[in-house]
Structure formats: C-alpha cells, structure tokens
Design a protein around this ligand. Structure first.
Ligand SMILES: N[C@@H](CCC(=O)N[C@@H](CS)C(=O)NCC(=O)O)C(=O)O
Length: 262
C-alpha cells in the first residue's frame, strides 16, 4: 500500500557530517530510515554509496514522495539537503526562519534578518568553514604515523608551518565571524532566539575543531576559549540539545562500535 507520507532515508557514514542530518531529522520529528556505512582503512566511503549518487559521499538522503509509483528523489550536499528538508518538513518547527517581512513578500530586501542569516550560513558552512577544516585535516596527515618515521620530523615541520601561517589565520577569521554573529543575533543561536537548521549544520565541524585549535598554532593566554567565549558557550549549548543527544544515542543503539566524531 502506498504511504500517505513522504518516505525519507538517510545514508549515514561514520565520523562524518552525516551526523548533522541525523540531528536535523530528529528536530523535524518525521519518520525516517537510516542505513549506516563504515569508512575503509583509507578513510574513504565504501563504493556502495556510488550506487546511490555518483560521487559516493555522505550524507545522502532519498525522499520518496507519497503516492503510487513515486520515484525517490536523491539529495546530496549537506547545505542543499538541509534546505530541502527544512523547507518541506520544517513548518511546525524552528528549523527555518520565516522568510518575508509582513507586506514585503517577493520584494528585493523583503527577507527577514533571520532568514538572510539562515540562508547565508547554509552556504558558509560548506563553502567556507568545512573547506578550511578539511584542509587542516589533510595537512595534519603529514604528522601522522602513516608517514615513515625518518621523514616525519620534516613533514611535521612543513605541516606546522602551513597550519600556523595559512590555515589558522583563516580559521581565526571564520571563528571571529561566528562570534560576532552570536553577539548580534539577539538570541542564543546564530539566527536569533531559536535553534535553526543552520546551527545544526554547523555543529559537526564546530564540535570537531573546538578542541584541536591549540594544535594549529599559538593563542593568547586563555586560549581559544578566551578569544571566542560566546562561540564556546554556544558549542556546549548545541551538545546539550535533546535532538543532538538523541542523534548520538541513535547511532549507539544501531551499533555502538560506529564512530561519530571525526
Ligand atoms: N560537500 C559535501 C561533502 C561530502 C563529503 O565529502 N563527505 C565526506 C564525509 S564528511 C565523505 O563522504 N568522505 C568519504 C570519502 O570522501 O570517500 C557535503 O556537503 O555533503
């Protein structure tokens, strides 16, 4: 029998930003299915994911509209998935801010401040923030024990140089920007008083990098927490959200040996 509701399935990869989408699905309070995948020893996703989407990355989401013989819609790219799910399933939640100011519908400049922030942040997270974090992870590999021990002192020196002179200054700019967003949002979250899917989308990257910042170079006394007090308090607030906790529990229930944090 055809379902009267859309069927949603998340293809979740361990230690990946798919955790954001799992949290989002919890916030949207919809029924969904989840299939979990492990990374290989090379840290890449298994080739099965390429059968779902040609790039074979995670997260991937399939949405099958209600009705007989509906074909699943395959969604890729975290920002796009977040936008699509928030727009279709988020109306009774705070995930997507109201778009238009009263009487300004469809006009240039008619968007609310909250919606403008939300939309911008969906692009910022993947286009800017995650790209910087991925470069940091890749450069950090030059210091790992996968590098032959006799070369490691040299590769580590090169890695530290790139981290402190290129990656950290960029990262500091982005973290400072987020700190400012929190200062000016008139609430506890990036777009205002309510948790939105932009906060959810940022969470995996922010929580992954938060405790590594000191490895990337020097900081004033008080460390990163002293420089970005609001951002650190906000990151703790994200972790204490019931939906976040539920998303972590969900994976543990499926298989407690699956990794969540990067
Ligand atoms: N821009 C994509 C990035 C997707 C992506 O690279 N996902 C990582 C996990 S965080 C992945 O699948 N890595 C495994 C691989 O590259 O094979 C998005 O926003 O979803």
């Amino acid at each position: 029998m055809a379902s009267d509701k859309a069927q949603v399935k998340l293809y979740w990869l361990e230690k990946s930003r798919a955790q954001n989408i799992l949290w989002l699905l919890e916030e949207l309070k919809i029924d969904y299915e989840i299939e979990t995948f492990r990374r290989g020893s090379d840290m890449l996703a298994p080739s099965e994911l390429k059968k779902i989407h040609p790039l074979g990355k995670s997260p991937l989401v399939s949405v099958t509209p209600p009705g007989p013989s509906s074909e699943p819609i395959i969604l890729a790219e975290s920002g796009f998935i977040t936008q699509y799910l928030s727009e279709h399933f988020g109306h009774e939640t705070t995930m997507m801010p109201k778009r238009w100011k009263e009487g300004q519908e469809g006009k240039v400049g008619g968007e609310t401040e909250e919606w403008m922030r939300w939309q911008y942040l969906l692009h910022f997270v993947e286009g800017t923030f995650m790209s910087t974090l991925i470069i940091a992870v890749v450069v950090g590999m030059l210091k790992s024990n996968k590098i032959p021990f006799f070369l490691r002192p040299i590769t580590s020196m090169v890695a530290n140089q790139i981290l402190s002179s290129f990656i950290l200054p960029n990262l500091k700019g982005q973290l400072g920007f987020l700190e400012k967003q929190l200062e000016t949002s008139s609430g506890d979250y990036l777009c205002g008083k309510n948790l939105t899917s932009a906060d959810v989308l940022l969470s995996f990257g922010l929580l992954s990098v938060r405790d590594r910042l000191e490895e990337y170079g020097s900081w004033p006394a008080g460390g990163p927490q002293g420089v970005y007090p609001k951002l650190f308090a906000y990151s703790t607030r994200l972790e204490s959200q019931p939906g976040y906790k539920k998303s972590v529990e969900k994976i543990k229930e499926i298989d407690s040996s699956l990794g969540i944090e990067f």
